[in-house]
Design a protein around this ligand. Structure first.
Ligand SMILES: CC(=O)SCCNC(=O)CCNC(=O)[C@H](O)C(C)(C)COP(=O)(O)OP(=O)(O)OC[C@H]1O[C@@H](n2cnc3c(N)ncnc32)[C@H](O)[C@@H]1OP(=O)(O)O
Length: 204
């Protein structure tokens, strides 16, 4: 396996992969040439021939950067990685390149897209429907029947009440309480959540 990303999120991914299979990591890649070592492992800065065909996980917390990595990598992506302490229902679907971190929960009938991050201790209740590149930060609670669009980040400790639809490339601030649907690109903070601005629209 190739871990693409050697910053804080990459370190956590290394720990999770090692907790499942300590032999699984073949290479670490990062675009930043100043990062040469992470947790005692050498960091490469481009793909080499010996990496051909190896499965990759894009291990960057920022959703836009993670998507850019995914778009430029031609290797296959790894099936979802789930930490052994996470509790996930047997009937969920979770896409390639996604990761479920320690003590997270994903309940029945939820669908999680590709390259999503369900971070430490996050709770995803039943019948969630998440598009790709969603990041639910540590300790956030997504209650039942919530839809979340591509690239949206739910901040640490935020709560989303049942049945809400959150658009794409939205940022929900840490600790926010979302009680209404949220349009694409909005930045929302507070309780109840209020829109303070909009994220830049890029070519997605
Ligand atoms: C493992 C990990 O670390 S995963 C990473 C998890 N990361 C997070 O949870 C971070 C979530 N990010 C935030 O909460 C950020 O504060 C954001 C994205 C909502 C806003 O950030 P910025 O765009 O830099 O906004 P800025 O700091 O300028 O704040 C704008 C206004 O919103 C307020 N505000 C910002 N964040 C919050 C918040 N979480 N709750 C309430 N108010 C907030 C600010 O006080 C400010 O108010 P003012 O205009 O009255 O002074």
């Amino acid at each position: 396996m190739i871990i693409y990303g050697a910053s804080g999120h990459g370190k956590v991914i290394i720990d999770i992969v090692n907790s499942i299979n300590s032999q699984a990591i073949d290479f670490i890649i990062d675009d930043d040439p100043s990062i040469i070592n992470i947790k005692g492992l050498n960091v490469f800065h481009s793909f080499t021939e010996e990496m051909t065909g190896k499965e990759v996980i894009a291990a960057v917390g920022n959703n836009r950067i993670r998507k850019k990595i995914v778009e430029k990598v031609s290797n296959p992506f790894i099936k979802a990685i789930v930490h052994p302490s996470a509790i996930i229902s047997e009937d969920i679907k979770i896409g390639n390149g996604s990761v479920v971190m320690p003590n997270a929960t994903i309940n029945s009938s939820s669908i999680i897209g590709d390259h999503c991050i369900i971070n430490t201790g996050a709770i995803i209740e039943h019948d969630a429907n998440f598009s790709d590149f969603v990041h639910v930060s540590p300790g956030a609670t997504i209650t039942g029947n919530v839809n979340i669009g591509e690239g949206t980040q739910i901040g640490a400790g935020a709560t989303v009440i049942p049945g809400v639809s959150i658009g794409k490339w939205v940022t929900v601030g840490a600790g926010a309480v979302i009680i209404n649907d949220i349009p694409d690109y909005a930045v929302v903070v507070g309780s109840p959540g209020r829109i303070i601005k909009y994220n830049r629209v890029e070519n997605e």
